[in-house]
Design a protein around this ligand. Sequence first.
Ligand code: HEC
Ligand code: HEC
Length: 535
Amino acid sequence: MLDKMKKLLVRNTLKTGLAIFATVLAGSSLASTVPQILKEHCNRCHLKEGKLQRIDGLRKSPEGWDMTIARMYLWHKDQGALEISREDRRALVKYFADRQGLAPEEAAPYRFLMEKRPSSQDVVPDEDLAQMCARCHSFGRIALQRRSAVEWEKLIHTHLGQFPSIEYSNLGRDRNWKELALTQVAPKLAKLYPAETPAWKSWKARKHAVPTGKWRVSGHRPGMGDYAGYLRVEASGKDHYQVSYVLNYADGNHMSGTGQSIIYSGYEWRGDAVIGNQKVRSVFALSADGKQLSGRWFLREADEKGASFSAVRDGNEAPASIVAVFPSLLKAGSEAHLSVQGVQLGAAYELGAGIKLLSVTQKNANEVELTVSVAEDAPVGLHSLKAKDSGAEIKFAVYKQFDSVRVEPEYGVARLGGGTIPAVTAQFEAVAYLNGPDGLPGTADDIRLGYVDASWSVDNHDEKARAEQDVKYAGVMETQGLFVPAVAGPNPARKGRSNVGDLSVNATVAEGNGSKRASAHLVVSVQAWNKPPLR
Ligand code: HEC
Ligand code: HEC
């Protein structure tokens, strides 16, 4: 029984394809060497005249390599491709991502896809490419690869061979898909995403920074708020690290944990850790100078739940900086206690016109507490909190009243759950704004003040939703702006329709004697049947 379960587990990991994270046995001594793995798993089909045909010359993100390697067994097992262990697969991803990866600037526009940012929208260079190539998967999956014109053509042939319906399905049958793909799309992609670029050439040639040492971190977790903390990184092998996190949320919650991380392509950090009691994954980029680490971490079982993350070097050698101040939104005519989080902090601060510093308590070089009084007539808008000795600074906001509120994200997607497929929740937040110089809400010069508490509700988005009673069936809006979708499946009460819905999300923010309202759009869609590393 146990054996059977183990086998099932192996199969599942292969399918979902996340070997690039560092959970178990990172750098295990059991692992075979790369030439052995290639010999056992790849050469038979790919090695010809001393070259790995179809492999040499391609460049991909770690996720891209992982998906292709997982695909070899799934698609070509009938021709003799062997199931590959997690460790071997990870070793190959490492090998190829280092030799044939993407330069930081090549991956930058599509990091949101690797970071699994929820409710983010795909970026497509033009409408033709959107119709031809981004109707089954994201365009980002393509833009995170580099290859020659011939290799782009071969990929199109692979599509035609594997998915013949590509020519007959929607946006395929209204045109000569094959001819357009080969004569127009392939050359266009070869220009946009060529195999060889100066960016990769120079990135590959340079010496890469390592992340070992102490870091001072900060970020925002939708639904839970801002946090600041510490990360410690120790080498456990080449490009393999043991890490420990301490995260202190602005609301007083503390969490800590440990894990492992791997760096691919000289900067692509992929980590697994247990923080608090939750298994989390981290997708960060290490800056070229090794001074910053940034990206997103998310729950392993629910990647829509996560937090932005950025880190700077900590310790005596590191430059002074302020990474966060809690709270960062102050009301005119009030007294406030501020917690300043940073590196090499001193005891002297400036807060700008109308704000008086009443007391400073230095806890240590990383944390200082300030008591301030904000005058009734302090200028509203953004202020700078500035360390007098080092010049390090961070923005905070002062308001008398909010001019408007917006809901983020403006357009959210949640997915029904059911059976073995968990629901995908959608987290909303309310953000307060000032109108800015033009005096009008909703324009480009509005000043973003920060997150504010709200009470939440949902409504039917339009007439059709009203007629179908989407609010009643699609799920529940919880108090903190978290929408939890209903279960999937034909619902007899809806004449067999599933519990999908088209909703408006409403936030009401108390303001003085009144309140401000704002809305967003939420689509509650069908289950996420599979969650590939890159959608
Ligand atoms: C049984 C034969 C077989 C084995 C074994 C095999 N491959 Fe493949 N591989 C193929 C075929 C056929 C294609 C072309 C169709 C496709 O892309 O699946 C291919 C395509 C590829 C591509 C190009 C995909 C793209 O991006 O267009 C890569 C990269 C690749 N293989 C890597 C590997 C690696 C690494 C291994 C070893 C873990 C491996 N293959 C093992 C048959 C095999
Ligand atoms: C009919 C649906 C469909 C269309 C249209 C489509 N693809 Fe795909 N594509 C797929 C599927 C399915 C996969 C691989 C399966 C998976 O996700 O594991 C895939 C995989 C890929 C991959 C990853 C392959 C690898 O091994 O790295 C790339 C890159 C890609 N497609 C590019 C394109 C391009 C370029 C176009 C337009 C010419 C395109 N796709 C159009 C369905 C489609």
